[in-house]
Design a protein around this ligand. Structure first.
Ligand code: ASP
Length: 329
């Protein structure tokens, strides 16, 4: 090949791109997924088992990853015994349950809703915002107004549930804000799925930290913090103390580590170490990450022991304990 023709070919790949023989090989999309590790779905905590089953109804019949994650986390939102997701969640310190959720696909399309009240499925609102508007995120009163106008019914109740109300009243006596998020059946659901066609998507939904200041929004509806997907690289989601996850752009940082070559578990480990460095001296701050790359490889890592996630593939349907740096005393 003449030097002129060679340079012209390189130009077609974009200015400054110089491909080594190996990189040139990897540029061929057919070589990018040597192992078929999908469909696959992973999601945070024990409530992820039922959520994965919901997602699998779509993934197992060659459906779309985006529809699967929406349907999957909606299962958790419907479970009114869950105290950290959906309308069964613990209230803010003024006694109101406020919900945060977001969803994202392999094409970087995303939708998000925060500080939403009295709507059963914030994840469906997030998806509708993504599909029907030019925006990514709606919050509070405006988000509720938009949801009602777009056919989402209002669920009306004054006090959530007797048990939740009782706990809240007990909490009010001392009014101590707890960030221990390791209690069973207590936490955000973040889900990552890859469908049979190799498309990846993620969803995240929560009622947030119990007894938060009214108006507080955590990481869960923030694209790049509680959830991030890049169809060239993979995806990540987070659970735990949302402020720490926002400060470190957690899910986005995990995806960027994978882009630089880290495995999903290594990428989660890296962000946990960074997060600890940025919060030197802070004790009892649990944060957990999950990640998946475009080969359908997955992994998780958390600050403290106790974080686990639900895994569903053709062959497996089980909980996996994540590795961690610290142990609770
Ligand atoms: N990340 C959530 C938040 O800060 C809390 C959680 O995962 O339970 O709102």
């Amino acid at each position: 090949m003449s030097r002129r023709k060679f340079l012209k070919n390189l130009g077609a790949l974009g200015a400054g791109t110089v491909l080594t023989p190996l990189a040139a090989k990897l540029h061929s999309p057919s070589l990018l997924s040597p192992k078929k590790n999908h469909p696959i779905v992973i999601s945070t905590w024990i409530h992820g088992m039922a959520a994965n089953a919901g997602a699998w109804e779509i993934l197992g019949t060659s459906g779309d990853a985006l529809d699967a994650v929406q349907k999957g986390v909606a299962v958790t939102e419907s479970d009114l015994t869950n105290r950290s997701v959906g309308l069964g969640g613990r209230p803010d310190r003024d006694g109101y349950v406020t919900l945060d959720a977001c969803i994202m696909d392999h094409d970087s399309r995303c939708g998000s809703v925060a500080f939403l009240e009295d709507i059963q499925h914030p994840i469906d609102v997030a998806r509708a915002i993504m599909d029907k508007t030019q925006h990514v995120m709606l919050v509070g009163e405006g988000a509720q107004k938009w949801a009602l106008e777009n056919g989402f019914p209002k669920v009306d109740y004054e006090v959530p549930f007797e048990e939740v109300q009782k706990e809240y009243e007990e909490w009010l006596i001392k009014s101590e804000y707890e960030t221990d998020v390791n209690v069973e059946n207590h936490d955000t659901i973040g889900m990552l799925a890859m469908d049979a066609n190799g498309r990846i998507a993620g969803a995240c939904t929560t009622s947030g930290m119990a007894y938060k200041i009214r108006g507080r929004v955590g990481d869960s509806p923030i694209i790049g913090a509680g959830l991030f997907i890049d169809g060239d690289v993979g995806g990540a989601t987070a659970t735990g103390v949302g402020e720490a996850i926002i400060r470190t752009a957690g899910a986005s940082a995990v995806v960027e580590s994978m882009r630089r070559g880290a495995s999903p578990e290594e990428a989660c480990y890296d962000i946990v170490q960074r997060l600890l460095k940025k919060h030197r001296g802070v004790e009892g701050m649990q944060v957990g990450f999950l990640a998946m790359n475009m080969q359908g490889e997955y992994g998780g890592y958390s600050v403290y022991n106790g974080f686990n996630y639900a895994l569903r593939t053709q062959d497996r349907n089980e909980m996996v304990d994540s590795k961690y740096t610290r142990t609770w005393d």
